[in-house]
Design a binder for this molecule. Structure first.
Ligand SMILES: Cc1cc2nc3c(=O)[nH]c(=O)nc-3n(C[C@H](O)[C@H](O)[C@H](O)COP(=O)(O)OP(=O)(O)OC[C@H]3O[C@@H](n4cnc5c(N)ncnc54)[C@H](O)[C@@H]3O)c2cc1C
Length: 402
């Protein structure tokens, strides 16, 4: 079989892999991206909700997303709405965005091999080869998502213990408010997670249900069908709903893992650093995918592919988000245990947030000073109690200098 050598192989053309390939190819590195699907983003495994300021930083075209400025939350017996003049949230056209990211890498010289599933990985001294030596390189970036296929094949990682499972229908609906999202919490929506309505435009919405394994064993598709059939909560307001496409996926929720080895980097979901509060990982996949590509290319120019030489990648993402992620886990752990009544009360806490505070909170972009400001602003017992738990976590995990 013909063997092809590259400086760098990136496995997976999701947002992490395409971004890693883009930054490495921009540095003049010979890069191959290997993707199992025949079409980029053929199978959609995400809701594609992210933040406009991040998308602007990544130069994602503005016509690739719908803008959201109002944020509705529903619990079994409560409903709140936080409105804003300016939009902060983007609901992505996922196929267009992921293709744009892949094409950006290709334009810089990366070679894209679609329809190539990785099934065999072999590491010899300073070289990794895959699929019975069909491809080989000095460094591999594992951007294969949830299954971390390269790292698993080399016996370096095991399957995640805690993870989110989500199902959503992209649907036609009669009555859509295109600038308003709805998040639904409590047992009738999801026993260990949340449900959502994310408008794509005036005619299309994504209606979904996420649950957390192993805390719940239900199939999210069953719950999704149930809430649509029974028109629960804000789903009733959508009028006639016609599903046109099912999206289904898994996302790690187990805390980040070691992401650097000799000749190997793990990025995006393969690394497990999505924001645990709402399990959003696209912006980190792009941001730290680019960092990984840059660090890998530097290592290639130095001809040093060791873990030590690649460590800068892990140092950078950890410095930027590790403490935020840990703090968010504390909140998420608490959210997973809330009863329906407690959720009703929790919405009264969230109600006090401005849109900016809410978005920073959901993005996990808050630090200790922000928390203290929120406590001062919301001196009620319930808010104090909520933030006391956070303060204890900050202290316990030594997070005071986020
Ligand atoms: C239901 C659900 C909803 C979500 N909603 C959001 C959201 O609203 N906003 C947000 O920011 N994040 C969301 N996420 C998380 C987000 O989707 C991920 O964090 C993000 O996709 C990670 O990007 P990635 O490039 O690491 O992995 P992926 O997007 O999973 O890409 C991995 C790529 O590798 C390829 N691949 C896999 N195995 C192989 C193989 N053996 N050989 C070759 N190629 C392979 C796949 O085909 C895929 O193209 C959601 C996740 C789920 C499950």
């Amino acid at each position: 079989m013909h063997k092809t050598n590259y400086d760098l192989i990136v496995v997976g053309a999701g947002p992490a892999g395409s971004s890693a390939a883009y930054s490495a190819a921009s540095n003049g590195i010979k890069v191959a991206i290997i993707e199992k699907e025949h079409n980029i983003a053929n199978k959609i495994r995400t809701s594609g909700v992210t933040w406009i300021d991040d998308m602007e930083k990544f130069s994602i075209p503005k016509n690739f997303y719908n803008k959201i400025k109002n944020y509705a939350f529903y619990s079994p017996n409560n409903k709140i709405m936080i409105k804003n003049k300016a939009p902060f949230v983007a609901v992505l056209d996922i196929r267009q965005t992921y293709k744009f990211l892949a094409m950006r890498a290709v334009k810089k010289g990366a070679k894209l091999f679609t329809g190539n599933r990785i099934y065999n990985v072999k590491k010899e001294q300073n070289c990794i080869s895959i699929n019975n030596d069909r491809f080989s390189s000095k460094i591999i970036i594992d951007a294969s998502g949830f299954r971390s296929i390269v790292a698993q094949s080399l016996g370096l990682v095991k399957q995640w213990n805690v993870f989110g499972v989500g199902a959503e229908y992209e649907s036609y609906a009669e009555n859509i408010v295109p600038d308003t999202w709805s998040l639904m919490v409590g047992s009738k929506y999801s026993p260990s997670g949340y449900a959502w309505i994310f408008p794509v435009n005036k005619e299309i919405v994504r209606i979904g249900v996420g649950i957390t394994r192993p805390y719940s064993s239900i199939n999210p598709i069953d719950n999704l069908n149930k809430i649509i059939k029974n028109k629960i909560g804000p789903i009733n307001d959508l009028g006639k709903i016609t599903p046109i496409e099912l999206h289904y996926g898994l996302v790690p929720n187990d805390g980040p893992r070691k992401t650097v080895y000799d000749n190997l980097l793990l990025v995006g979901d393969s690394a497990g650093y999505s924001n645990p509060l709402v399990l959003e990982g696209i912006r980190y996949a792009i941001k730290f995918g680019e960092v990984a590509g840059k660090v890998a290319s530097k290592a290639i120019y130095k001809s040093n592919y060791s873990e030590h030489s690649l460590a800068e990648y892990e140092n950078q993402w950890k410095k930027s988000i590790y403490k935020k992620i840990i703090l968010s886990y504390v909140i998420q752990k608490r959210w997973l245990k809330l009863t329906d009544n407690e959720w009703d009360r929790e919405l009264n806490v969230i109600k006090n947030f401005t849109a900016t505070e809410l978005i920073n909170f959901m993005k996990s972009d808050f630090d200790v000073l922000d928390l203290l400001k929120l406590i001062r602003k919301n001196p009620t017992f319930i808010v104090r109690n909520f933030f006391k738990i956070l303060q204890q976590a900050i202290h316990k995990n030594n997070l005071t200098c986020i």
